[in-house]
Design a protein around this ligand. Sequence first.
Ligand code: HEM
Length: 431
Amino acid sequence: MAETDPREAAGATSWAVSAGAETEGTAHAHCPAWVRDLNIWTDEGLHRDPYPQYAELRSYPIGRSDRLGGYYVISRYDDVLAVLQDAVNFSNEHLFVPPTRDPSGRRIPIELDPPEHGLYKRMLAGFFSPQWTRRFEPTVRGIVRDLLAPHVGRSELEFMSSVAVPLPFRAMAVAFGLPPGDADLLRGWDDQMRSGTSDLDARKRASASVRVKLLGYFADLTAARRAEPIAPADGLVGMVDALVAARVGEDKRELELDEMANICVTMWNASLHTTANVLGNTMVHLAARPDLRDRLVADPSVIREALEELMRYESIVAQARLVRGEVTVGGRAMRPGDHVVTLTGSAGRDAAVYEDPDSIDFDRPVKKHLMFGAGLHRCIGSHVARMELRVALEEIHATFPHYRADPARPSRRHTGLERGTESLHLLLGAA
Ligand code: HEM
């Protein structure tokens, strides 16, 4: 879950799927040209607004593109869920198309398959538990208040750079137990990686170089903490110290330094722009709908439900999988070595599951969504992310009850690996 990218809608030819499984050849023959040519990461149409193309993809229902080494596009809710829940036939070894291998090895735990994956997952899920998250909430509330305070009395705010992006950086710096000031250093590397180019290959190279720096940083930090453990004054043990203390496997061994660094980098990267993008996307929709905003101002207890609905409305993550077995999804036969891309954003708009899926309804009876994935690799940080998002919305609505989108400066959005928001200009005073 990182990097960004763009698409084009052309022939609206629809191709029916027969009751039996089709082979790759027949799938190809019936696929409309725009699907066969679809670069899921860089398509301009998807960047602007992915939902019309997602709706068309769901009607096929399994598309196949020749680009990026060739891959199937999984767009219906039931099919996305089936793939995510089947860790035997769908491996996490390649989460990107075309498949890439980082020289530093597979990312722990997200690129591991069972049984190796379970060793780490059990330990990490225990750390980011609901209990730990409850104790962490006052810290997050303090961070949100600090971020909002300089804007009180002002008339406008660029939400992404002022609140949505700094919030997870600061919160995770505390959650990890980083030395004070290091969040800014790590934020600087991240900015460096994201600025300057829209070329996907150049961004991949920048991302690989920042990964090397992060691995070095966390290897040094875990080594220092192993030599000299710290006991936090508030008793809230950070993740780095929890890893140093952890014992894994049947022989209850300590983690190696490179394992700890690998885990820290995966967790760090997974926890930042995901949360920032969900918060930004949520505010894009609330800022455009004063009726929804007013309801949250009048009754903050609705915020939990509102968040679930907005996460369904824009589930942001697209993940690839490597096919390991002979398996059929949505009537399409797949073979070992094939690649698929699952679109949780499309699953969230599937009319087979949600009534009137393109409207935002806080009182919707069906609350489920795939924003945090499903199955073995379901998000470890969902409790902490939900808390961060809820606390942010509580504080924003208490502090700026009249915010709305600035019509002169429309928000900039993107899709790709994650659907997100690059800028969101808000007017803060009463209209
Ligand atoms: C709103 C914010 C977030 C979203 C939308 C999100 C989404 C996801 C999704 C969809 C997956 C599944 C990936 C897959 O199936 O391949 C995932 C996995 C993961 N997430 Fe999150 N995430 C968020 C926040 C966080 C946070 C705050 C952390 C850390 C504290 C985190 C750590 C992870 C890790 C380590 C995995 C891999 C789990 C595994 O492989 O078993 N995420 N996340």
